[in-house]
Ligand binder design. Structure first.
Ligand code: C2E
Ligand code: MG
Ligand code: MG
Ligand code: MG
Length: 285
């Protein structure tokens, strides 16, 4: 009957809700132990110049849980933010990134993503300073990727912390630029160095497409402000050609490399001997 169907429907709905809550609790518990169990790792994805030569790598955190398998950072970073795990995870990523960067040739840089939550808890600047000191990495070789949200905050402590970070000599990047808030005033207020155009603008590279118009506008804005403009999510040669024409300075995406385990970065870099850097206009196969 209708009545019993309704009741079982409701029951099913409750069970679903319950299952989601239980799943989330199990994930939280597993994440709390992930670092000490060695389940957290860092992969590195290169950024290249207009001729395809490596300039830096971005550190991207990975979690492989024996219980849940590989879990996307898009899923577990928000959980880490809610449970206080974001500080130790970031410390781990920073340490790995700085240590590995010291072993790369040609003063390649390394970029680390910073959650906005880190600006609320304090001690961020000290953590970064310590990672630099322990590894011996020169500060100008470390880039910190921030999201637009942190730059929009009225929170004066965020402003002060960004200035303190900048004073260490590191470079500051705005990640996923164009997806957050619409005010551009913060571009003048903060000591920024790099704009990373979000990959959602890169998809349609026909010159008359609205994405293309936005990429051109963002890159001329960046250039006028003296910022390095990076395009992320570059997957095809046609996209790369368009983005270069649009004036972007640096490029990142599957066209060049997927995020690589740390031990594969050296083999990937070996494709670019010093001679490739000296001959400025020679094309790369
Ligand atoms: P993001 O910083 O914007 O990183 C770029 C994401 O795009 C990465 O996903 C990368 O693997 C992916 N990607 C790179 N090239 C391409 C491409 O050509 N095509 C496509 N479709 N995707 C591409 P991932 O590694 O899953 O990371 C997702 C997000 O998680 C990152 O976005 C970042 O916001 C966050 N995240 C990653 N590692 C950390 C970390 O250590 N700390 C914090 N706070 N957040 C992190
Ligand atoms: Mg990033
Ligand atoms: Mg990004
Ligand atoms: Mg992104």
């Amino acid at each position: 009957s209708a009545k019993s169907r309704g009741r079982s429907g409701l029951c099913f709905y409750n069970r679903q809700l319950n299952a989601a809550a239980v799943e989330r609790l199990r994930l939280e518990a597993a994440l709390r132990r992930a670092l000490e169990r060695g389940e957290i790792d860092v992969h590195f994805q290169p950024k290249v110049d207009r001729e395809g030569r490596p300039l830096s790598f971005e550190a991207l955190v990975r979690w492989h849980s024996p219980e849940f398998g590989a879990i996307s950072p898009a899923v577990f970073i928000p959980i880490a933010e809610d449970t206080g795990q974001i500080e130790p995870i970031t410390e781990f990523v920073l340490a790995r990134a700085c240590r590995l960067a010291c072993a790369w040739p040609r003063e390649l840089a390394v970029a680390v993503n910073l959650s906005p939550r880190l600006f609320h808890s304090g001690g961020l600047c000290r953590r970064v300073e310590r990672a630099l000191a322990l590894s011996g990495l020169a500060p100008h070789r470390l880039e910190l990727e921030l999201t637009e949200g942190i730059l929009m905050e009225k929170n004066m402590r965020a402003v002060e912390q960004l200035q303190a970070l900048k004073a260490l000599g590191v470079r500051l990047a705005v990640d996923d630029f164009g997806t957050g808030y619409s005010s551009l005033a913060y571009l003048r207020r903060f000591p920024l160095d790099i704009l990373k155009v979000d990959k959602s603008f890169v998809g349609n590279c026909r010159p008359d497409a609205s994405d293309a118009i936005l990429v051109r506008a963002i890159s001329s804005l960046g250039r006028e402000l003296g910022l390095t403009v990076v395009a992320e999510g570059v997957e095809t040669q046609a996209q790369w050609d368009f983005l270069r024409q649009a004036g972007c300075d640096e490029f990142q995406g599957y066209l060049f490399a997927r995020p690589l385990p740390a031990e594969q970065t050296h083999a990937w870099l070996a494709r670019f001997p010093d001679s490739v850097y000296r001959s400025s206009r020679r094309a790369l196969a």
